[in-house]
Design a protein around this ligand. Structure first.
Ligand code: NAD
Ligand code: UGA
Length: 462
């Protein structure tokens, strides 16, 4: 039985997944390691208020397990040496250089982990791919690990993570399924069983699926592609609804009641964001292209093309509605995170909408309940559309929604934070220039209430 686990990567996946394993398996010592000292310090923060990730319910779990059998550290070698099972949960961003630039997954961090494990390990290890990886990556990891020449045996498992941010704890406590891929050999099956036994401490056995490694790796990319495709499909319909007088919410309800289609993940929006959908689909497109499967690649690429269009057309609509110019006009953003209940902003639609509006010289004023000012500027500056100094002239970040909105021409809702619904909308209306516009990129607010107050209210897909 496994008694000692190490996880390399203390990010959005490594932190919460290991916290839950530690909580549910008090007999296992779990050490989460990272190169980033600030991140580890934040995980070890006494007060629990400064954990590096905001995720509802996470602080409770960390409080219970930390110091008992859950540890956060930068001593990577020591943790690798002591562990029987090592999860790799590092980032796998889109490549920004060389062959496959802008599409393929950058596996440099994964390879570094494999080489570090190869260098340090003195006893047999099970290495678990937790990061999302291109199909057949396990072969590359295996090649590196099998050439150490020190007699250590490695088993590689694929155990992709399906949690969504904002609901990570619920998803980890009661997953729809846990997927474990491994070699179809006696040693591979033994390794699969050891990981199976860890999850079965709290996940019903019939929800733990085992497959070969390649099916497991490819299932993760497929799941994200299907999910993102649903959002792009409903967003495509939202534009048609706007032209025809149909209402996308009504269409979504009508099709969602068909049990073959299902009602979840059919919310039209300003476009999907997050660190994974775009990166994983681009990766899938790249893999298909590299096997010469042009039609397959083109089919999935369309999901991204539609999403870029949706973000862009939201900004364009604001400009055309505000009498074709936003130059010098204050536009308040409610929300910057890519979805509610997270402080993660990676690939958030808000970044691209702000960039488009600032290119038209709008003055963007942002409020998000969980995202820090430093992060918001980092995201905009990262696009390199203009100098950082210019971005500071055109964008402000406020600590209160009322300050962000005061004297603005329009409000754009970019994230569906629940608290936005409960604001004093009459007070907000009184503080704005007239006509006072609301562009609701999340179909979040109450149209009737806002129109009665006097707002000109526009939303996606109706
Ligand atoms: P993240 O960027 O939040 O965390 C990754 C961490 O790994 C960073 O803290 C980084 O410092 C650390 N790291 C990188 N190389 C290292 C090394 N050699 N040694 C030690 N630490 C190292 O990333 P994330 O969002 O947790 O995603 C991790 C993986 O999980 C990705 O492959 C992603 O596609 C996948 N995934 C993410 C989510 C999600 O909701 N974010 C969900 C499912 C799967
Ligand atoms: C997604 C998947 O849901 C997870 O299963 C997966 O593990 C994860 O990616 C990953 O691999 O990283 P996440 O990106 O955290 O999770 O959040 P989602 O709830 O999937 O939302 C993604 C984006 O789509 C958000 O911007 C969200 O606002 C948008 N969305 C989602 C819509 O616009 N409409 C919907 O109906 C659903």
């Amino acid at each position: 039985m496994i008694k000692n686990i190490c996880c390399i990567g203390a990010g959005y996946v490594g932190g919460p997944t290991m916290a839950v394993i530690a909580q549910k398996c008090p007999h296992i010592k779990v050490t989460v390691v990272d190169l980033n000292q600030d991140r580890i310090d934040a995980w070890n923060d006494e007060s629990l208020e400064n954990l590096p990730i905001y995720e509802p319910g996470l602080d409770e779990v960390v409080k219970e397990a930390r110091g008992r059998n859950l540890f956060f550290s930068t001593e990577v070698d020591k943790a690798i040496d002591e562990a029987e099972m090592i999860f790799i949960s590092v980032n796998t961003p889109t490549k920004t250089y060389g062959v496959g630039k802008g599409m393929a997954a950058d596996l440099k961090y994964i390879e570094l982990c494999a080489r570090q494990i190869a260098r340090v390990a003195k006893t047999d290890k099970i290495v678990v791919e937790k990061s999302t990886l291109p199909v057949r990556t396990a072969q590359a990891i295996k090649d590196i690990l099998d050439h150490t020449g020190n007699g250590v045996n490695f088993q590689i498992l694929s155990n992709p993570e399906f949690l969504a941010e904002g609901t990570a704890m619920e998803d980890l406590f009661a997953p729809d399924r846990v997927l474990i891929g491994g070699d179809i050999t006696p040693e591979g099956e033994k390794a699969i069983k050891q990981l199976f036994d860890i999850y079965s401490n709290w996940v019903p056995k019939d929800k733990i699926l085992t497959t070969n490694v390649w099916s497991s790796e490819l299932s993760k990319l497929t799941a994200n592609a299907f999910l993102a495709q649903r959002v792009s499909s409903i967003n495509a319909m939202s534009e048609l609804c706007e032209k025809t007088g149909a209402d996308v919410n009504e269409v979504a309800r009508a099709i969602g009641m068909d049990s073959r289609i299902g009602s979840k993940f059919l919310k039209a929006s300003v476009g999907f964001g997050g660190s994974c959908f775009q990166k994983d689909i681009l990766n899938l497109v790249y893999i298909a292209q590299s096997y010469g499967l042009k039609e397959v690649a083109d089919y999935w690429e369309q999901v991204i093309i539609m999403n870029d269009h949706q973000k862009r057309r939201f900004a364009k609509n604001i400009i055309s509605t505000l009498y074709n110019t936003v130059s010098g006009k204050k536009i308040a953003f409610l929300g910057w995170a890519f979805k509610k209940d997270t402080n993660d902003t990676r690939e958030s639609a808000a970044i691209y909408v702000a960039d488009d509006l600032i290119s038209e010289r709008a003055l963007v004023s942002v409020f998000d309940p969980k995202v820090e000012k430093k992060q918001i500027f980092f995201d905009l500056n990262y696009l390199e559309s203009r100098t950082n100094e210019e971005n500071e002239l055109y964008m402000k970040v406020e600590n209160s929604p009322y300050d962000a909105i005061k004297d603005s021409h329009a409000i754009a809702v970019l994230t569906e934070w629940d608290e936005f619904k409960n604001y004093d909308w009459k007070k907000i209306y009184d503080s704005m220039l007239k006509p006072a516009f609301v562009f609701d990129g999340r179909n979040l607010l109450n149209k009737k209430e806002l129109e009665e107050i006097g707002f000109v209210y526009q939303t996606i897909g109706s």
